[in-house]
Design a protein around this ligand. Structure first.
Ligand SMILES: Cc1cc2nc3c(=O)[nH]c(=O)nc-3n(C[C@H](O)[C@H](O)[C@H](O)COP(=O)(O)OP(=O)(O)OC[C@H]3O[C@@H](n4cnc5c(N)ncnc54)[C@H](O)[C@@H]3O)c2cc1C
Length: 417
């Protein structure tokens, strides 16, 4: 017998899990999440640094972070599982006038979008927060005390466990191998939605002309057999373009390797300090247990499914680390404990969220470009809103549709870590 589901979610990482949770919250529980791995978190979610911040430069990222950080602060109570949200802050350190101006402009925009607690900090205040920093070339910076970290694995499990408690199903060890699409003109997800006022109706629903060109989702082929469904959510992370292609849709999402290096136990830095970002190089670091977690975006990295750690990266990152934090020159590093994962990059470094313009019933929630953990609450909520109600009050979702690339409406975020 063919399996059926109201919604099939492809990928059980933090994003797919959040979509399942938000659909269940909205009363849609006949949801099937399909994951090819034997365990959740084997994609990018399990590789993440867990950073969450509202200090962005574009309104849409600021809005998504603001909603998400508030959600993380209530996660344990609302979801019933721990997020391990630690509000230790993010401290951006500027070493030239251009970066100072950039931080100042961002702060104004952040305040305009409701993030009112970003503080301007002097070199002396930066020194007081992390005395081990070399500050002789630092001109100033910004600090937001509600930025910080979560445990990505715990958040993902919390979302999924809650969704499953409400009836959602999770198939592990199951590969999606194809997506069935057939010709049709109906707005396939309208069956899942309640009645709406005329002012909220989409062009599709109000058009007198049937959309003869529209193709629509009919089902998903998997290693366990066919699943019949009218709605598919692509939450396949760095593999999202391959999944979109199964439905004949184009999705500009490319994998880009990111590498993290943990130090051995290190007590020469405080037990608690913010994520520190050296804007002169992009080097950033935070405490992780007894050691320090070091991160740096290598500008020489090229796109591709590369998930092996490159041992030559250790020397590069330690050079930046020791330059900004001289005592880190004494930190021990075991390259075998370092790891690599994939960012899922879009051309404008912003997520793609919304229904495919060419395949009705196919929803994208992809391309987080390094921010998928921190934006998981907002992206799950927006996707569930779009499926169940056809619109979301959280943000202007037209900004994030995949159509923006063909239409030349790029969003440019420059604060990428
Ligand atoms: C080193 C590193 C550090 C990072 N640091 C941060 C950070 O500090 N803050 C932050 O917000 N973000 C960070 N990120 C980014 C973040 O981890 C990702 O944006 C986020 O995890 C994406 O979640 P996801 O659920 O979309 O993808 P994933 O977690 O990759 O999940 C996708 C899932 O889809 C499954 N899948 C794919 N294709 C198929 C198929 N055909 N059939 C069945 N299943 C399939 C995969 O197996 C995978 O489990 C970091 C990423 C890396 C690599």
């Amino acid at each position: 017998m063919t399996e059926t589901a109201d919604v099939v979610i492809i990928g059980s990482g933090i994003v797919g899990s959040s979509v399942a949770y938000h659909l269940a919250q909205g009363g849609c529980t006949n949801v099937l999440v399909i994951e090819r791995e034997a365990h959740q978190g084997k994609g990018s979610t399990g590789k993440s640094m867990g950073g969450v911040r509202a200090q962005f430069s574009t309104p849409v990222n600021i809005q998504m972070s603001r909603y998400s950080i508030d959600f993380f602060s209530r996660f344990d109570e609302v979801v019933g599982h721990p997020a391990d949200y630690r509000a230790h802050g993010y401290l951006f350190c500027a070493t030239n006038e251009k970066h100072l101006a950039y931080l100042k402009a961002n702060r104004i925009r952040q305040m305009a979008f409701g993030v009112t607690n970003v503080e301007w900090v002097s070199p002396a205040e930066i020194s007081a927060m992390v005395p081990q920093l070399r500050t002789n070339d630092i001109l100033g910076g910004t600090f937001c005390p509600t930025d910080g970290f979560v445990d990505p694995h715990s958040v993902m499990m919390g979302f999924m466990l809650n969704a499953r408690e409400r009836g959602a199903r999770l198939w592990l060890d199951t590969q999606v191998t194809g997506i069935q699409v057939d010709a049709g003109s109906a707005d396939v997800s309208s069956a899942l939605r309640g009645p709406r006022s005329d002012s909220k109706r989409s062009a599709d629903e109000t058009s007198a002309l049937p959309a003869l060109e529209a193709r629509r989702i009919a089902g998903v082929m998997t290693s366990r057999g066919l699943v019949s469904t009218r709605v598919v959510v692509n939450a396949a992370g760095a593999w999202a373009a391959e999944v979109a292609k199964m439905a004949g849709a184009e999705l500009p999402v490319e994998p880009l390797r990111r590498q993290l290096v943990p130090t051995e136990p290190f007590d020469q830095l405080p037990q608690r300090f913010p994520m520190v970002i050296d804007m002169s190089t992009g080097f950033h670091f935070r405490r992780e247990g007894k050691g320090i977690l070091l991160a740096w975006n290598d500008p020489e990295e090229t796109a591709g499914f590369k998930t092996e750690f490159d041992p030559t990266f250790v020397e590069k990152i330690l050079t930046h680390a020791a330059s900004r934090v001289p005592c880190l020159a004494e930190a021990g590093v075991n390259p075998r404990r370092a790891w690599a994962g994939l960012y899922e990059m879009t051309p404008d470094h912003h997520a793609i969220i919304g229904q495919s313009p060419n395949v009705k019933g196919l929803y994208f929630v992809n391309g987080f470009s390094g921010h998928g953990v921190m934006h998981s609450p907002a992206s799950g909520r927006i996707t569930a809103d779009l499926i169940l109600r056809g619109h979301s009050d959280l943000i202007d979702t037209s900004q994030l549709g995949v159509e923006r690339f063909a239409e030349g409406r790029f969003l440019e975020e420059t604060a990428i870590l």
